[in-house]
Ligand binder design. Structure first.
Ligand SMILES: [Zn+2]
Ligand SMILES: [Zn+2]
Length: 445
């Protein structure tokens, strides 16, 4: 108990430096950003349905002096501020919320319901913190517009739809976000989460998150009476064997130490206890850091998913569909190193930490894969005291997508605005040539 108390005190001491950064510049725009946050949080919209959200963001950016185009790749927003010659820098926020019922108990908690794409009535919540990202972007946008003497070049802010469906970045690229508008020299984004206390930002040079692949497998058997299994080929038994065999990919085939996840997230089969169905469907998510490990696992999933039905004498091969996938987000290491200094200057050295890659995924990688160097960093969202307590007790705080996800708003939003301005100003004071030289990859990643 004493050791626990000492540990807790140490942790509380360590994070007490993480506090709201005092900045007159941020104070002047904070009321606007805060009001937008509350409005967006109370009125979230599902992926590809972010019409009101996009309209609100577009209106605010227009009144801040930006030249705004709407409906880019669906509900996407592109806002441009030109300020003489210089580099072109893009900052991205997402617009969408999630089908989650908010249980935070906050006075501004969402009570919104919407029909999802399948026609089901679902609760909607900004459970991933994209409202923090939009509010931070507005705060940064207003500061950059009011302080044009501190930078030069072209600043482009984008609001991207449907991040949660890994669809919006692709749609904006297809609709010309890099061709109808000036092509950026660097693209920047942040993501709020409980990995860090509010007041802190995390930088991960190189691979930031995972490759993600969604695979649907339909196993075909031969249906019949549950009491006459000898006249059937039972797809449920084949599916069960397949699931267990899939678990040996990580434990027996992938090199120990490589990051890899194979999860069977659902299995759907059958209607009644005395009927053997004629098919079984399962859904997988596969996460990896490295492309070669990703290829190895996808090949092993296919091999095992075909072999188990063959071993059972299934009447036909299973259907294996890779229906969704995204590459990991890659942070140009030289760029990450360059931007560490302005972040430390703005937030304090102890509030900028070098962090580990995370096992989530993001479609920001689509922008980077177009050859635009990216800087994607983490914004601390946890109440510093609760963060320290969670570390000490080993009970993690609610993660993004949880009905209880609730960033410690004031310090997180202040820090988001401060960090974005620091990064944008630094980049907008670097010549395009220097940015290109810096961002050359020593070898392919
Ligand atoms: Zn999310
Ligand atoms: Zn998110």
């Amino acid at each position: 108990m004493i050791r626990y108390t000492i540990l807790l005190t140490c942790l509380l001491g360590a994070v007490s430096i993480a506090q709201t950064p005092a900045s007159k510049e941020v104070d002047t725009v904070y009321p606007d950003a805060h009001a937008l946050y509350l409005d967006l949080h109370e009125h979230p919209e599902l992926s590809n349905h972010e019409t009101q959200t996009a309209e609100k963001l577009a209106a605010h950016l227009r009144s801040a002096g930006y030249d705004v185009t709407e409906h880019v790749g669906g509900t996407g927003v592109v806002a441009i501020l030109k300020n003489g010659s210089g580099p072109t820098i893009m900052l991205r926020t997402e617009l969408d919320a999630l089908p989650v019922e908010e249980k935070t108990g906050l006075p501004y908690a969402s009570k919104v319901h919407m029909k999802d794409d399948a026609g089901r009535d679902v609760s909607v919540m900004h459970a991933c913190g994209h409202d923090v990202h939009m509010a931070s972007l507005l705060g940064a946008a207003e500061i950059m517009a009011r302080t044009k003497s501190t930078w030069h070049g072209t600043l482009i802010l984008i609001g991207q739809p449907a991040e949660e469906m890994i669809a919006g970045a692709k749609a904006m690229i297809k609709d010309g976000v890099f061709t109808r508008f000036p092509r950026p020299d660097v693209i920047v984004a942040l993501h709020v989460g409980n990995e860090h206390p509010a007041g802190v930002v995390g930088i991960v040079p190189g691979t930031y998150d995972t490759n993600s692949d969604s695979v649907r497998i339909t196993i075909y058997g031969k249906g019949g009476h549950g009491a006459m299994p000898h006249k059937t080929v039972d797809p449920i038994v084949i599916a069960a064997r397949t699931i267990l065999a899939l678990q040996t990919i990580i434990s027996r085939e992938v090199k120990p130490g490589e990051m890899a996840v194979v999860t069977v997230g659902y299995i759907h089969a059958g209607t009644k206890n005395n009927i053997i169905p004629d098919q079984a469907e399962m859904g997988l998510t596969i996460r990896t850091f490295k492309q070669d490990v990703r290829k190895q696992i996808l090949a092993a999933v296919e091999r095992i998913s075909k072999a188990e039905p063959a071993a059972a004498g299934a009447p036909r091969e299973p259907l294996i569909e890779r229906y969704e996938g995204t590459d990991s987000v890659y942070n140009n290491p030289a760029l990450a190193e360059k931007l560490r200094a302005p972040l430390e200057a703005a937030l304090g050295k102890n509030n900028v930490v070098m962090a580990e890659p995370i096992t989530a995924s993001e479609d920001f990688s689509y922008f980077v894969n177009q050859g635009v160097p990216g800087f994607y960093f983490s914004l601390g969202g946890a109440d510093p005291q609760k963060f320290a307590e969670a570390k000490a007790s080993g009970n993690p705080l609610p993660s993004n997508h949880s009905p209880l996800f609730a960033p410690d708003l004031d310090p997180a939003l202040h820090t988001g605005i401060t960090a974005e301005v620091a990064v944008l100003r630094n980049l907008l004071n670097t010549s395009p040539d220097d940015l290109h030289k810096l961002a050359v990859e020593p070898s392919s990643h």
